[in-house]
Design a binder for this molecule. Sequence first.
Ligand SMILES: C[S@@+](CC[C@H](N)C(=O)[O-])C[C@H]1O[C@@H](n2cnc3c(N)ncnc32)[C@H](O)[C@@H]1O
Length: 317
Amino acid sequence: MGERFFRQVIGALHEAQATGLVSDKGRDVLGGLSGRATVGALQRFVGLFGGRSDICYLEVGVFQGLSLLSVAIEHPDFACFGVDNFSILDPKGENLGIVQERTARLKATNATLINMDFEAALERIDTLTGGRKVAVYFIDGAHDYRSQLMGLLLIKPHLAEQAVIVVDDANYPDVRQSTRDFLVSHPEFKMVFEAYSAGHPANLDDATRTACEAGFLNGVNVLVKDVGRVLPEMLPPVPASRHLYVNEWLVHRHRLAELAPEAMDLAQAALDGGDLAPATARIRAVYAADKASFDARFPDRNVHSAELTPGRFTDWG
Ligand SMILES: C[S@@+](CC[C@H](N)C(=O)[O-])C[C@H]1O[C@@H](n2cnc3c(N)ncnc32)[C@H](O)[C@@H]1O
Protein backbone atom coordinates (compact mmCIF):
# COMPACT_ATOMS: atom_id res chain seq x y z
CA MET A 1 0.00 0.00 0.00
CA GLY A 2 1.50 3.32 -1.10
CA GLU A 3 4.57 1.82 -2.75
CA ARG A 4 3.63 3.10 -6.18
CA PHE A 5 3.12 6.56 -4.76
CA PHE A 6 6.51 6.50 -3.01
CA ARG A 7 8.21 5.51 -6.27
CA GLN A 8 6.43 8.35 -8.06
CA VAL A 9 7.53 10.84 -5.41
CA ILE A 10 11.15 9.67 -5.63
CA GLY A 11 10.96 9.73 -9.45
CA ALA A 12 9.65 13.30 -9.35
CA LEU A 13 12.57 14.29 -7.13
CA HIS A 14 15.10 12.76 -9.53
CA GLU A 15 13.53 14.67 -12.41
CA ALA A 16 13.42 17.93 -10.48
CA GLN A 17 17.04 17.54 -9.44
CA ALA A 18 18.08 16.90 -13.05
CA THR A 19 15.94 19.44 -14.89
CA GLY A 20 14.45 21.92 -12.39
CA LEU A 21 11.10 23.48 -13.27
CA VAL A 22 8.52 21.53 -15.27
CA SER A 23 8.11 24.57 -17.47
CA ASP A 24 9.01 28.21 -17.27
CA LYS A 25 5.55 29.69 -17.83
CA GLY A 26 6.00 32.31 -15.11
CA ARG A 27 9.53 33.32 -16.14
CA ASP A 28 8.76 36.97 -16.95
CA VAL A 29 6.67 37.51 -13.82
CA LEU A 30 8.05 35.40 -10.98
CA GLY A 31 11.11 35.68 -8.75
CA GLY A 32 11.61 34.72 -5.12
CA LEU A 33 13.39 32.65 -2.55
CA SER A 34 13.02 28.99 -3.56
CA GLY A 35 15.40 26.83 -5.61
CA ARG A 36 14.29 25.75 -9.09
CA ALA A 37 14.62 22.05 -8.22
CA THR A 38 12.48 22.65 -5.12
CA VAL A 39 9.76 24.39 -7.12
CA GLY A 40 10.07 21.74 -9.86
CA ALA A 41 9.55 19.02 -7.26
CA LEU A 42 6.42 20.78 -5.94
CA GLN A 43 5.04 21.11 -9.48
CA ARG A 44 5.65 17.42 -10.16
CA PHE A 45 4.18 16.30 -6.83
CA VAL A 46 0.92 18.10 -7.57
CA GLY A 47 0.95 16.43 -11.00
CA LEU A 48 0.82 13.03 -9.25
CA PHE A 49 -2.68 13.79 -7.95
CA GLY A 50 -4.41 14.55 -11.27
CA GLY A 51 -7.16 17.16 -11.19
CA ARG A 52 -8.83 15.99 -7.97
CA SER A 53 -11.05 18.60 -6.34
CA ASP A 54 -11.16 17.12 -2.81
CA ILE A 55 -7.46 17.80 -2.11
CA CYS A 56 -5.12 20.75 -2.46
CA TYR A 57 -1.61 22.19 -2.44
CA LEU A 58 -0.79 24.26 0.64
CA GLU A 59 2.27 26.30 1.49
CA VAL A 60 3.38 28.32 4.49
CA GLY A 61 5.56 31.25 3.37
CA VAL A 62 4.51 32.87 0.12
CA PHE A 63 6.85 35.93 0.09
CA GLN A 64 6.32 37.31 -3.46
CA GLY A 65 4.55 34.23 -4.82
CA LEU A 66 7.27 32.25 -6.60
CA SER A 67 6.47 28.79 -5.27
CA LEU A 68 2.69 29.24 -4.91
CA LEU A 69 2.15 30.69 -8.37
CA SER A 70 4.66 28.38 -10.13
CA VAL A 71 2.63 25.43 -8.88
CA ALA A 72 -0.73 27.08 -9.57
CA ILE A 73 -0.03 28.00 -13.21
CA GLU A 74 1.34 24.52 -13.94
CA HIS A 75 -1.88 22.93 -12.61
CA PRO A 76 -4.69 25.41 -13.27
CA ASP A 77 -7.40 22.93 -12.22
CA PHE A 78 -5.85 22.18 -8.84
CA ALA A 79 -6.67 24.31 -5.79
CA CYS A 80 -3.54 25.96 -4.36
CA PHE A 81 -3.38 27.87 -1.07
CA GLY A 82 -0.56 29.94 0.41
CA VAL A 83 -0.37 31.33 3.94
CA ASP A 84 1.69 34.45 4.76
CA ASN A 85 1.31 37.34 7.16
CA PHE A 86 4.15 39.28 5.50
CA SER A 87 5.87 39.69 8.86
CA ILE A 88 9.46 39.31 7.63
CA LEU A 89 11.48 39.97 4.46
CA ASP A 90 9.10 42.81 3.62
CA PRO A 91 10.68 46.07 4.88
CA LYS A 92 8.60 48.27 2.56
CA GLY A 93 5.33 46.39 3.10
CA GLU A 94 4.97 45.66 -0.60
CA ASN A 95 4.84 41.84 -0.81
CA LEU A 96 1.07 41.45 -0.43
CA GLY A 97 0.56 43.81 -3.39
CA ILE A 98 3.24 42.00 -5.41
CA VAL A 99 1.55 38.61 -4.85
CA GLN A 100 -1.85 40.05 -5.81
CA GLU A 101 -0.47 41.72 -8.92
CA ARG A 102 1.42 38.59 -10.03
CA THR A 103 -1.62 36.39 -9.41
CA ALA A 104 -3.69 38.66 -11.65
CA ARG A 105 -1.03 38.90 -14.38
CA LEU A 106 -0.68 35.10 -14.49
CA LYS A 107 -4.47 34.63 -14.29
CA ALA A 108 -3.84 32.11 -11.49
CA THR A 109 -7.45 31.98 -10.35
CA ASN A 110 -6.81 28.64 -8.61
CA ALA A 111 -4.31 30.29 -6.23
CA THR A 112 -5.67 31.65 -2.94
CA LEU A 113 -3.62 33.77 -0.58
CA ILE A 114 -4.45 33.36 3.12
CA ASN A 115 -3.13 36.54 4.73
CA MET A 116 -2.77 35.24 8.30
CA ASP A 117 -0.29 34.04 10.87
CA PHE A 118 0.42 30.44 9.88
CA GLU A 119 -0.47 28.90 13.25
CA ALA A 120 -3.84 30.65 13.37
CA ALA A 121 -4.45 29.51 9.79
CA LEU A 122 -3.39 25.89 10.34
CA GLU A 123 -5.64 25.60 13.40
CA ARG A 124 -8.65 26.06 11.09
CA ILE A 125 -7.16 25.15 7.75
CA ASP A 126 -10.04 22.85 6.76
CA THR A 127 -12.43 25.81 6.72
CA LEU A 128 -9.94 27.94 4.78
CA THR A 129 -9.43 25.29 2.09
CA GLY A 130 -13.14 24.54 1.71
CA GLY A 131 -12.79 21.16 3.42
CA ARG A 132 -10.03 19.94 1.09
CA LYS A 133 -7.33 17.68 2.50
CA VAL A 134 -3.73 18.66 1.86
CA ALA A 135 -1.85 16.41 -0.57
CA VAL A 136 1.26 18.54 -1.14
CA TYR A 137 2.48 20.71 1.73
CA PHE A 138 5.42 23.14 1.52
CA ILE A 139 6.87 24.61 4.73
CA ASP A 140 8.83 27.78 4.01
CA GLY A 141 7.82 30.31 6.70
CA ALA A 142 9.53 31.17 9.98
CA HIS A 143 12.50 28.86 10.49
CA ASP A 144 12.77 28.85 14.27
CA TYR A 145 12.53 25.39 15.85
CA ARG A 146 9.03 25.85 17.29
CA SER A 147 7.49 27.25 14.12
CA GLN A 148 8.93 24.41 12.09
CA LEU A 149 7.63 21.78 14.52
CA MET A 150 4.18 23.40 14.77
CA GLY A 151 4.07 23.54 10.99
CA LEU A 152 4.36 19.76 10.95
CA LEU A 153 2.18 18.96 13.95
CA LEU A 154 -0.77 21.16 13.02
CA ILE A 155 -1.10 19.83 9.50
CA LYS A 156 -1.29 16.16 10.51
CA PRO A 157 -5.10 15.86 10.83
CA HIS A 158 -5.57 17.67 7.52
CA LEU A 159 -3.33 15.60 5.27
CA ALA A 160 -4.78 13.46 2.49
CA GLU A 161 -4.38 9.69 2.68
CA GLN A 162 -1.36 10.06 0.40
CA ALA A 163 0.65 13.18 1.10
CA VAL A 164 4.09 14.65 0.55
CA ILE A 165 5.69 17.36 2.70
CA VAL A 166 8.59 19.53 1.56
CA VAL A 167 10.48 21.28 4.36
CA ASP A 168 12.57 24.11 2.93
CA ASP A 169 15.75 25.70 4.37
CA ALA A 170 16.91 22.41 5.89
CA ASN A 171 20.48 23.72 5.94
CA TYR A 172 19.48 25.37 9.24
CA PRO A 173 20.09 22.97 12.17
CA ASP A 174 16.87 24.18 13.89
CA VAL A 175 14.92 23.09 10.81
CA ARG A 176 16.59 19.68 10.70
CA GLN A 177 16.12 19.19 14.44
CA SER A 178 12.37 19.85 14.24
CA THR A 179 12.03 17.51 11.24
CA ARG A 180 13.98 14.85 13.11
CA ASP A 181 11.94 15.29 16.29
CA PHE A 182 8.73 14.99 14.26
CA LEU A 183 9.91 11.86 12.46
CA VAL A 184 11.08 9.99 15.55
CA SER A 185 7.81 10.75 17.33
CA HIS A 186 5.60 10.00 14.28
CA PRO A 187 6.76 6.74 12.66
CA GLU A 188 3.87 6.95 10.19
CA PHE A 189 5.92 9.62 8.37
CA LYS A 190 9.20 8.93 6.60
CA MET A 191 11.83 11.07 4.98
CA VAL A 192 12.59 10.05 1.39
CA PHE A 193 15.06 12.74 0.35
CA GLU A 194 17.39 15.31 1.84
CA ALA A 195 19.70 17.80 0.15
CA TYR A 196 21.96 20.47 1.60
CA SER A 197 24.52 22.98 0.35
CA ALA A 198 27.83 23.91 1.92
CA GLY A 199 26.41 27.08 3.48
CA HIS A 200 23.53 29.50 3.25
CA PRO A 201 23.52 30.66 -0.38
CA ALA A 202 23.94 34.26 0.82
CA ASN A 203 27.34 33.28 2.23
CA LEU A 204 28.58 31.37 -0.83
CA ASP A 205 30.55 32.56 -3.86
CA ASP A 206 28.64 33.55 -6.99
CA ALA A 207 29.16 30.29 -8.90
CA THR A 208 28.10 28.11 -5.97
CA ARG A 209 25.13 30.34 -5.22
CA THR A 210 24.02 30.10 -8.85
CA ALA A 211 24.17 26.30 -8.57
CA CYS A 212 22.09 26.45 -5.37
CA GLU A 213 19.47 28.59 -7.12
CA ALA A 214 19.14 25.92 -9.80
CA GLY A 215 18.92 23.24 -7.11
CA PHE A 216 17.40 23.12 -3.63
CA LEU A 217 18.72 26.58 -2.60
CA ASN A 218 19.16 26.39 1.19
CA GLY A 219 18.45 22.67 1.57
CA VAL A 220 15.30 20.51 1.76
CA ASN A 221 13.85 17.57 3.63
CA VAL A 222 11.08 15.68 1.80
CA LEU A 223 8.69 13.53 3.84
CA VAL A 224 5.79 11.26 2.91
CA LYS A 225 2.94 9.84 4.89
CA ASP A 226 3.72 6.13 5.30
CA VAL A 227 0.87 4.69 7.35
CA GLY A 228 1.78 1.13 6.30
CA ARG A 229 5.38 1.73 7.50
CA VAL A 230 6.85 0.44 4.26
CA LEU A 231 9.82 2.76 4.04
CA PRO A 232 13.04 2.52 6.09
CA GLU A 233 13.87 5.10 8.73
CA MET A 234 15.82 8.06 7.36
CA LEU A 235 16.57 11.02 9.62
CA PRO A 236 18.20 14.39 8.94
CA PRO A 237 21.57 14.85 10.69
CA VAL A 238 21.57 17.18 13.71
CA PRO A 239 24.29 18.53 16.02
CA ALA A 240 25.16 16.16 18.88
CA SER A 241 24.79 18.92 21.47
CA ARG A 242 21.45 20.57 22.23
CA HIS A 243 22.96 23.39 24.27
CA LEU A 244 21.61 26.11 21.94
CA TYR A 245 18.07 24.96 22.78
CA VAL A 246 18.94 25.22 26.49
CA ASN A 247 20.28 28.71 25.78
CA GLU A 248 16.81 29.58 24.47
CA TRP A 249 15.41 29.06 27.99
CA LEU A 250 18.24 31.08 29.55
CA VAL A 251 17.60 33.93 27.10
CA HIS A 252 13.81 33.86 27.45
CA ARG A 253 13.92 34.29 31.25
CA HIS A 254 16.37 37.24 31.08
CA ARG A 255 15.17 40.83 31.63
CA LEU A 256 16.32 41.82 28.14
CA ALA A 257 15.19 38.67 26.30
CA GLU A 258 13.74 40.46 23.28
CA LEU A 259 17.05 42.27 22.73
CA ALA A 260 18.94 39.01 22.05
CA PRO A 261 19.62 39.64 18.32
CA GLU A 262 20.89 43.17 18.98
CA ALA A 263 22.89 41.91 21.98
CA MET A 264 24.61 39.35 19.74
CA ASP A 265 25.56 42.07 17.26
CA LEU A 266 26.95 44.17 20.10
CA ALA A 267 28.90 41.20 21.47
CA GLN A 268 30.27 40.51 17.99
CA ALA A 269 31.44 44.12 17.62
CA ALA A 270 33.08 43.98 21.06
CA LEU A 271 34.85 40.69 20.31
CA ASP A 272 36.03 42.01 16.94
CA GLY A 273 37.46 45.06 18.72
CA GLY A 274 35.54 47.24 16.27
CA ASP A 275 33.37 50.34 16.62
CA LEU A 276 30.66 49.64 19.21
CA ALA A 277 28.68 52.78 18.46
CA PRO A 278 26.32 51.48 15.68
CA ALA A 279 25.39 48.29 17.57
CA THR A 280 25.00 50.24 20.83
CA ALA A 281 22.70 52.75 19.13
CA ARG A 282 20.54 49.91 17.72
CA ILE A 283 20.18 48.09 21.04
CA ARG A 284 19.41 51.36 22.85
CA ALA A 285 16.70 52.16 20.29
CA VAL A 286 15.00 48.76 20.66
CA TYR A 287 15.28 49.02 24.46
CA ALA A 288 13.83 52.54 24.48
CA ALA A 289 10.83 51.42 22.40
CA ASP A 290 9.68 49.15 25.26
CA LYS A 291 11.62 50.52 28.25
CA ALA A 292 8.69 50.34 30.70
CA SER A 293 8.24 46.57 30.13
CA PHE A 294 11.96 45.81 30.46
CA ASP A 295 12.31 47.91 33.63
CA ALA A 296 9.35 46.18 35.30
CA ARG A 297 11.17 42.82 35.21
CA PHE A 298 13.75 41.08 37.40
CA PRO A 299 17.32 40.78 36.12
CA ASP A 300 16.80 37.00 35.63
CA ARG A 301 14.33 34.13 36.26
CA ASN A 302 11.39 36.09 34.88
CA VAL A 303 8.50 33.61 34.73
CA HIS A 304 5.65 35.95 33.71
CA SER A 305 3.16 34.09 35.93
CA ALA A 306 1.86 36.98 38.06
CA GLU A 307 -1.63 36.91 36.49
CA LEU A 308 -2.03 33.12 36.50
CA THR A 309 -4.40 31.15 38.71
CA PRO A 310 -3.03 29.37 41.81
CA GLY A 311 -5.21 26.34 40.92
CA ARG A 312 -7.94 25.56 38.34
CA PHE A 313 -9.86 22.35 37.52
CA THR A 314 -11.33 21.25 34.22
CA ASP A 315 -14.95 22.32 33.53
CA TRP A 316 -15.89 18.65 33.01
CA GLY A 317 -18.32 16.98 35.47
C1 LIG B 1 11.49 32.57 2.61
S1 LIG B 1 9.99 33.40 2.47
C2 LIG B 1 9.03 32.32 1.44
C3 LIG B 1 9.59 32.19 0.04
C4 LIG B 1 8.60 31.68 -0.99
N1 LIG B 1 8.16 30.33 -0.71
C5 LIG B 1 9.17 31.76 -2.40
O1 LIG B 1 9.04 30.81 -3.16
O2 LIG B 1 9.74 32.80 -2.74
C6 LIG B 1 9.30 33.23 4.08
C7 LIG B 1 7.93 33.87 4.26
O3 LIG B 1 7.37 33.37 5.49
C8 LIG B 1 6.54 34.38 6.03
N2 LIG B 1 6.30 34.17 7.46
C9 LIG B 1 7.20 34.25 8.48
N3 LIG B 1 6.59 34.05 9.65
C10 LIG B 1 5.28 33.82 9.39
C11 LIG B 1 4.13 33.56 10.20
N4 LIG B 1 4.22 33.48 11.53
N5 LIG B 1 2.94 33.37 9.59
C12 LIG B 1 2.83 33.45 8.24
N6 LIG B 1 3.88 33.71 7.42
C13 LIG B 1 5.08 33.90 7.98
C14 LIG B 1 7.30 35.66 5.75
O4 LIG B 1 6.45 36.79 5.79
C15 LIG B 1 7.95 35.38 4.39
O5 LIG B 1 7.22 35.97 3.33
